[in-house]
Design a protein around this ligand. Sequence first.
Ligand code: NAD
Length: 467
Amino acid sequence: MSDYQLLINGQMVDGATTMAVVNPATEETLADCPRADEGQLNQAVAAAKAAFASWSKTTIDERKAVISQIADVIEANGTELAQLLTQEQGKPLADATGEVYGTAAFFRYFTALDLPIEVLEDSENRKVEAHRKPLGVIGAIVPWNFPMILMAFKVPPALIAGNTVVLKPSPTTPLTSLRLGQLIKDIVPAGVLNIVTDANDLGAPLTAHPDVNKISFTGSTATGAKVMAGAAGLIKRITLELGGNDAGIVLDDVEPKKVAQQLFDSAFQNSGQVCIAMKRLYVHDSIYDEVVDELATIANDTIIGDGLEQGTKLGPLQNKMQYEKVKELIESARQDGNIVAGGEVPDQSGYFIRPTIVRDVAEGSRIVDEEQFGPVLPVIRFSDEGDAIARANNSDYGLGGSVWSSDLDRAYDVANQMNTGTVWINKHAELDPGIPFGGSKQSGLGNELGMEGLKEFTQLKMINMAR
Ligand code: NAD
């Protein structure tokens, strides 16, 4: 038996079986979690399909009222949800608290948007209108690094546009979603939002399900490719938010001491498990040593530990698989460059890795070319700005990037030449619900957030009338 249950058709139900969810800071079982089988997934999709008939006919204001109430519930239970988020995900409590209240804020943001009918032409000959219609049932698939806020990129815009949803969190961080389901089950009409949890085996059948009209997916590029293939047979709509290997470019006019902490946080927030973390840092030759030294000092001073303990700045890696992968990448980096901070695994239980800075490393090394998704930053030397831009762009990924300079015109010129979905200047990884977000190249397809993110949950329908 589990303390948690699935949300299907407005009812809390047990999973077909259960599975253990592990606290990554202790490696102990945090909870037994329900695990749905394919039959329960099908029930959730059927409930969402049935609910679509009435939900899609409600007014947008009625739907916004439900979304606002969900935001209220998240805020009212913020302390409990944040604690649970720290326990299942590993991040420090302050960060978990920020994520939970941010989730409520993202829900609220979408209640300020509308999808009015646009009149494109009203002439003697014709009247042409653009309508935004809901798509039907949305499959929302979420990874384990930000289980709550990434859900909030999908659920509120999908519901406000008039769709119904089957949400599938990651197997290693399902508890906050299930707890939220329990808290809102009487607010959301039956079947409008369903939550099923799996052991990495229901994403494929959800994607291929004939009654699911769109998949909104956040996760790795490799799984994103599977989603694209699984959706192809039915020409199913997809939005893909995938992996990244964001470069930061630090120009020669930067004062190292001034930016070091910001650079560090851009790379190591959430122990580097951020799609838009800075994952490669290009630093001009003239300030290279100084920047590396500053970063190494900050890394060495960083307190890592259980996110529930006061003073913890970085928590563990979220799961064993990722922990093993990052340890292996650090070993390969040891061959290719010089590790000047971190590089070792503390002698304690939990998936902890100290923040690691690698210098004198370049392209051709796995730590530079691959997405590490962990607390390791390669610092790469450059002397020519054009060369740095070309090297930063030479990646299959294209999620985010940043330029650091005291001269905004210079920075803007570099930003213009970077081919990523977002480029930040003198900051990195800032997200805002009102600013569309998406990747170029193999970092994704489509956008989330902002008006663009809402429109992605609609079908554009034209009505063209003769006069
Ligand atoms: P993942 O691809 O392993 O899993 C993501 C989700 O997909 C999970 O819920 C998983 O159960 C599900 N899944 C597994 N197999 C599936 C299949 N065949 N079909 C459909 N769904 C399936 O990713 P992860 O390891 O949980 O997350 C880390 C990755 O996510 C990193 O690459 C990171 O950069 C990326 N990410 C991207 C963004 C973004 O917005 N671009 C945000 C966060 C994370």
